[in-house]
Design a binder for this molecule. Structure first.
Ligand code: HEM
Length: 199
């Protein structure tokens, strides 16, 4: 008997953790902007209309609530990726040469997206990079939150103020990735279907 079912590109656990992550990131970033506004590191504040929490106390409540969802969900995604071998098959082969070749093809508009089950080197670099940025967000967030108990961790980032700067930069990297990533997803609508339906 022949089957017309298309191969599964993103298993259910990857789709679920992906969308929970997108939701948690939205909560974390917008409440984080409100917290930042109470004591800006740089010479600007985020417009109040795009922040979450209403005031510093409210924003902290949102940030700490979403933090557990974000960290727990990321842990599940990472454990699945390592234990199932998905990270090996999906992200292996990330060499500077492959990134250079695929970036050159992208610039010339010749980067193929025919096989969605294989990531090109630019995608691999972006996905591995954003996973690293999210881990750095958690580590620097812990260093800021528990700066006395985790002072060795904070010291690695230059102390409390250094950890705040690292936390801000990791947030900026995640936001920059998300903007580019969403634009690319809408440019290739088939990929959008695959992260919703799996195929
Ligand atoms: C509305 C927001 C988002 C949309 C529309 C979206 C869309 C997508 C799509 C279409 C894919 C599959 C790409 C492919 O198969 O070629 C994907 C995968 C992925 N996305 Fe998103 N995404 C969003 C938010 C995010 C956020 C906020 C992050 C992280 C900060 C993220 C991280 C990832 C990662 C790491 C993968 C690869 C998953 C894997 O294969 O293990 N996404 N996303």
């Amino acid at each position: 008997m022949t089957t017309t079912a298309r191969p599964l590109i993103h298993p259910l656990i990857v789709r679920l953790t992906h969308w929970i992550n997108a939701f948690a990131i939205l909560m974390m970033v917008t409440s984080g902007w409100r917290i930042y506004n109470a004591s800006p590191l740089f010479g600007f504040r985020f417009p109040a209309g795009i922040t979450l929490g209403g005031w510093l106390g409210g924003a902290l409540n949102w940030h700490f609530a979403a933090m557990w969802l974000f960290a727990g969900n990321l842990l599940i995604y990472l454990a699945y990726g390592v234990l199932s071998g998905r990270f090996r098959t999906r992200f292996w082969g990330l060499t500077p040469r492959a990134v250079w070749t695929d970036t050159a093809s992208f610039v010339r508009g010749r980067l193929s997206h025919t096989d969605l089950s294989v990531y090109n080197a630019v995608q691999k670099l972006c996905y591995v990079g954003v996973i690293a940025a999210m881990l750095l967000l958690i580590l620097s967030g812990l260093a800021v939150w528990k700066s006395v108990q985790l002072q060795e961790l904070a010291a690695l980032m230059g102390g409390y103020e250094g950890a705040r700067i690292v936390h801000f930069c990791a947030m900026a990297a995640v936001v920059a990735f998300t903007v580019l990533h969403v634009a690319m997803a809408f440019a290739v609508p088939r990929s959008l279907l695959s992260i919703v339906r799996g195929r």
